[in-house]
Design a protein around this ligand. Structure first.
Ligand SMILES: Cc1ncc(COP(=O)(O)O)c(C=O)c1O
Length: 509
C-alpha cells in the first residue's frame, strides 16, 4: 500500500470544520445575489438590437485581459469580488459571436431561446450527470419522453426504437457507424478483425460532413474503403448512380456495411433522397444512417417534414437539437430504428462500479452501455423544458420562419447582377459569390476568402465561407428570426463595398 503521506497534503491545522473561505464560496445568499446581477447583465445583452457579428480579439490582448482577472497564488483564496465576476461575464459576452443579433448569419449553432439557459443554469447547480438513472432521474425520464415526442415525426414503431443523447453530432455519427459496423461484423469486439465477405467500407455523399469520414478513420476504415457518391447540381446524392457504385465497390473486395445520407448538408443544406436510398440499402442489407444534425429538426414542421421523406426506413438518425431546435450546445439525439442495435455500438460494460449485479426496473433507464461517455451533461433538460412549456409549434414556427426568410434572401440575391447565386436553398443555408463583371476566374476564390475575412474584422456581420465545386463561396446560415430583408440587403451592400475596395486597392495580392 502506498504511503498515505504521499497523497495527502501536510495538515496545517487540527481544525476539522471547513475554512471560512470554503463556506463563503458555497454561501446561498451570495449565489442568489450574483445570479440576479448576472441575469440583469444578460437581459441588457439580449435587449441590444444593434447589428453586430464578432469583435475579433488579438489573442495576446485577450490573454492579458483574462489573466488580469485571475487570483494570484500569493493571494491564496481571494475574497469574493462582484466587480471581477461582472468583468468576467462582460469579457465572455463581448468576445463571443453575437448569436442574438441580426448580424449573426454565419454558423449552425443557434441564438438559443433564452429560457433554455435558465434550465441549463439549474443543471449546472444541481449537477445531475446523465447516463445512469440514479444520477439524473428527471433527465433520464426527459430523454425517454423527448424520444417518444420526436419519434412521432420519424415514424418508427413506438415500442421498438431507441434514442441516446451524445455530446454533439460528430459523436453521434461515430456511435451510429460503430453500431452499423458491429452488426455487420459481430465478432469484431472479440477478435479485433472484421471477418466477413470483404474489407469493411462505407458509402457517403461527396458533401458529407467531415465527422463521418473522421469517424470511419477511428473505426480503422481507411480512405480507400470510403465509397464517394457523386451529388447533383443541388448537392444531393445522385441516387441513380448508387447501385452501380456499390456493385463496383463489391467487385473491388469492399463490403459496404453503411450508407450515410445527409439531411441538410453542411455546405449547401441539401437533403439527400432518403426514400430512394433506403430502397437501395434495403435490397443490399446495408445500414442506412441519416446525418440529420442540421436538418432533422424540419421533421417537427408540418410544412417541411417532406424534406426527409423516407426517414422511417432509415436505421439510425443523428439529430442536433443545438442547431435547429435552438437550445445550448451540445444537445444531440441519436435514434435507432431497432432498439436492439443501440447496445451494439459498444461492448457491454462489466465494470462493477456501474453495472448492477441485481438489476431492477430503474436500470432500464440507464444509458451508459449505449454511450461512449460515462459522465455526460443532462443536455436534454433545456430541450425538454422548452418543449414542455411552449410545445412543438414554437419550434415549427421558428424553423418555418427561417426557411421563408432564406427564400426571401435568395429572391433578393437573384435581383443583384453582381452576385452569383449557386443553388436554390432548401432550408436556411445559402451560398453565393460576389462576382462583379471583369473579375478573372483565378481571382474569384481569393476574393471570397478576403471578403469574408474583412467582413468578420469589420464586426457588423458574421458570415462563413465554404468551397463549392472547388471555388470559395460566401455562406449564410439564418438562425435568428430577428433577421429581416433589410439586414440581408445591408450585408450585400457591405460585401459589395468590401469586394470593390479589395479589387481596387490590390487587396487580393
Ligand atoms: C451535417 C452535419 N453533421 C454533423 C455535424 C457535426 O455536429 P457537431 O458540431 O454537433 O459535432 C455538423 C455540424 O455542423 C453538420 O452540419
Amino acid at each position: 500500500m502506498a504511503d498515505v503521506s504521499e497523497d495527502c497534503p501536510p495538515s496545517t491545522s487540527r481544525r476539522t470544520a471547513p475554512s471560512e473561505s470554503l463556506s463563503a464560496a458555497f454561501d446561498p445568499t451570495l449565489f442568489r445575489k450574483n445570479s440576479e446581477a448576472v441575469a440583469a447583465r444578460l437581459e441588457s445583452y439580449l435587449a441590444d438590437p444593434s447589428v453586430r457579428g464578432l469583435r475579433l480579439s488579438e489573442p495576446g490582448v485577450l490573454s492579458r485581459a483574462a489573466r488580469a482577472l485571475m487570483t494570484t497564488e500569493r493571494e491564496g483564496v481571494a475574497d469574493f469580488d462582484e466587480n471581477r465576476l461582472a468583468a468576467i461575464v462582460d469579457l465572455y459576452v463581448r468576445t463571443g459571436i453575437q448569436v442574438h443579433s441580426p448580424g449573426y448569419m454565419g454558423r449552425q449553432f443557434s441564438g438559443t431561446v433564452p429560457l433554455a439557459g435558465v434550465i441549463d443554469f439549474v443543471s449546472s447547480v444541481v449537477n445531475q450527470p446523465s447516463s445512469y438513472y440514479e444520477a439524473g432521474q428527471l433527465p433520464a425520464m426527459a430523454e425517454r419522453i423527448m424520444a417518444d415526442e420526436l419519434n412521432r415525426f420519424i415514424g418508427w414503431d413506438p415500442g421498438g426504437f431507441a434514442m441516446v443523447t451524445t455530446s454533439g453530432g460528430s459523436l453521434a455519427n461515430l456511435t451510429a457507424l460503430l453500431a452499423a459496423r458491429n452488426r455487420a461484423h459481430p465478432g469484431i469486439w472479440a477478435r479485433g478483425e472484421p471477418g466477413g465477405r470483404g474489407r469493411p467500407a462505407i458509402a457517403v455523399g461527396e458533401d458529407v460532413h467531415y465527422s463521418v469520414t473522421r469517424a470511419a478513420g477511428v473505426l480503422g476504415i481507411g480512405e480507400t474503403q470510403i465509397v464517394r457518391l457523386p451529388v447533383d447540381a443541388q448537392g444531393r446524392i445522385a441516387a441513380r448512380l448508387v447501385p452501380g457504385l456499390l456493385a463496383a465497390a463489391e467487385r473491388r473486395g469492399l463490403q459496404v456495411f453503411c450508407l450515410v445520407a445527409s439531411a441538410g448538408t453542411t455546405a449547401l443544406g441539401a437533403f439527400d433522397p432518403i426514400d430512394e436510398l433506403a430502397a437501395i440499402t434495403a435490397r443490399r442489407g446495408i445500414w442506412l444512417h441519416v446525418d440529420g444534425a442540421h436538418g432533422a429538426s424540419l421533421l417537427v414542421s408540418d410544412a417541411l417534414r417532406h424534406k426527409l421523406r423516407g426517414i422511417d426506413r432509415a436505421d439510425s438518425l443523428t439529430w442536433d437539437a443545438h442547431k435547429m431546435l435552438f437550445v445550448p450546445a451540445p444537445c444531440t439525439l441519436l435514434f435507432y430504428r431497432d432498439a436492439r442495435d443501440a447496445p451494439g455500438a459498444f461492448r457491454r460494460s462489466t465494470a462493477s462500479y456501474v453495472s448492477d449485479e441485481e438489476p431492477d426496473a430503474h436500470c432500464e433507464f440507464d444509458s451508459g452501455d449505449r454511450n461512449l461517455e460515462c459522465t455526460k451533461r443532462p443536455m436534454i433538460m433545456p430541450l425538454w423544458t422548452l418543449w414542455a412549456m411552449y410545445g412543438r409549434v414554437l419550434f415549427a414556427e421558428k424553423i418555418e420562419h427561417l426557411c421563408r426568410m432564406t427564400q426571401e434572401a435568395h429572391a433578393i440575391l437573384l435581383d443583384e447582377p453582381d452576385f452569383e447565386v449557386l443553388h436554390r436553398p432548401e432550408a436556411n443555408i445559402m451560398c453565393f459569390r460576389y462576382r462583379p463583371v471583369g473579375v478573372a476566374e483565378e481571382r474569384l476564390h481569393r476574393l471570397q476568402l478576403r471578403i469574408r475575412k474583412q467582413i468578420r474584422l469589420a464586426g457588423r456581420f458574421f458570415i462563413s465561407k465554404v468551397d463549392v465545386q472547388g471555388t470559395a463561396a460566401l455562406r449564410v446560415v439564418l438562425m435568428n428570426h430577428q433577421i429581416g430583408p433589410e439586414h440581408f440587403r445591408d450585408l450585400l451592400a457591405e460585401i459589395r463595398g468590401t469586394g470593390d475596395r479589395l479589387l481596387r486597392d490590390g487587396g487580393l495580392d
